[in-house]
Design a protein around this ligand. Structure first.
Ligand code: BGC
Ligand code: ZN
Length: 366
């Protein structure tokens, strides 16, 4: 069976492997689900994995099958599977449990262990292949009416988690009604976060470097948010003009920007960092000023990674509501299809070019 893999530790090692086809019996107790892969999305994490900045192979093999954003159709189910049916569209979560108490209660995204297991990223094989098998527990049904949004379910789960976590954490305030949000970065996570914030009726400013119009700025505006080019209006000028933010989702992939965001959060606000930065950049920050303002303003900094099944489900509901509220807008994120696993070099080239909002592979028709 065809699968696209890298050799972790070796830069630019993306290649095709002939992987053994999965079987239902790979999962014990009749709980296995066999999925035919239809589409797989790639993002900055896949790029960093191919640059050997990130990721590890499963024990005992020297390659890692990549791909963690999957959309497929159920082919076969084990005797004890109840939640999903043959012929249904599904996506599948990424994290697998370790041994901490958070893993034991199904919140693998919150593991307290240093080692984490993620399909297509760390220590577990990914989905960029023809078929995969996993436990029913990790399968998330996708309504047929959202089929055209396919691989967005996984990034949406990360955005849904980030925002749900902010609301969870802000229960410390007894009442929290954020009115103004900044979203930093207009890649897929930034845009999907903008969607969720707009569905909550929050005045949202999405920031990126390029002056409008860009495909991304058009999506921002179509979601009823305001696009701000930081080349034209700096972060601090924006804060002076419209006021500091009650909530900031930082998704630029630039760690310096993540720290700059700390200077424009309002009192009692929450700043959520969601970028995974695999490099080794460093910068200087005005520590006295930030420390003072953060203490005097009771501000909160939150890191958010991954999304568990519940976040996938919330994300899918948000996509459905998004389709009704902003028809035809969300699919504009899905800019750049690549046909077939055989074209994996082209897929990586487009991903590395950095100018495509979303690259994904059409693995099979369905
Ligand atoms: C994935 C997450 C994952 C994170 C860290 C992201 O690209 O979408 O599922 O937890 O990388 O590895
Ligand atoms: Zn990702």
């Amino acid at each position: 069976m065809k699968a696209v893999a890298v050799r972790p530790g070796v830069p630019n090692s993306v290649h095709m492997v002939d992987a053994p086809p999965p079987k239902l019996s790979d999962v014990p107790n009749g709980k296995g689900v066999l999925v035919k892969v239809l589409k797989v999305g790639v993002d900055a994490t896949d790029r960093e994995i191919n640059e050997a900045k990130y990721g590890a192979a499963p024990k005992g093999v020297d390659y890692l099958i990549i791909g963690h954003e999957v959309f497929g159709i159920v082919q076969e189910v084990g005797a004890n599977v109840r939640r999903v049916k043959v012929g249904e569209y599904v996506t599948c979560t990424v994290r697998r449990p370790g041994g901490s108490i958070y893993d034991l209660i199904g919140t693998n995204d919150m593991t307290s262990e240093e080692t984490y297991y993620e399909r297509g990223i760390n220590l577990r094989p990914g989905y960029m292949t023809e078929y995969f098998v996993d436990e029913e527990e990790y399968m998330v049904p996708m309504p047929a009416g959202l089929k055209h949004l396919h691989v967005l379910a996984e990034p949406m789960s990360c955005a849904a988690k980030a925002i749900s976590q902010a609301f969870e954490a802000q229960r410390r305030l007894k009442v929290w009604r954020p009115q103004r949000a900044y979203v930093m970065g207009v890649g897929q996570i930034g845009l999907l976060s903008t969607l969720i914030l707009r569905l909550r009726g929050i005045e949202t400013y999405a920031l990126a470097r390029s002056p409008a119009p860009t495909p991304n700025s058009k999506i921002v505006e179509a979601l009823g948010a305001t696009y701000v080019s930081t080349r034209e209006t700096s972060l601090t000028d924006l804060a002076k003009k419209v006021g500091k933010a009650d909530l900031i989702i930082e998704a630029t992939g630039n760690s310096a920007a993540a720290f700059q965001a700390m200077e424009v959060l309002g009192n009692n606000g929450a700043l959520v960092w969601v970028s995974v930065t695999g490099g080794s950049a460093s910068t200087t920050v005005p520590t006295d000023k930030i420390n003072l303002e953060w203490v005097l303003g009771n501000k909160l900094l939150l890191g958010s990674v991954n999304g568990n099944r519940e976040h996938f489900e919330i994300g899918i509901r948000n996509l459905a509501q998004g389709e009704l509220t902003f028809p035809g807008v969300i699919e504009q994120i899905l800019t750049t299809p690549v046909r077939g696993l055989d074209n994996y070099q082209e897929m990586m080239r487009l991903l590395c070019e950095g100018k495509h909002l979303k690259v994904y592979v059409e693995v099979a028709e369905g």
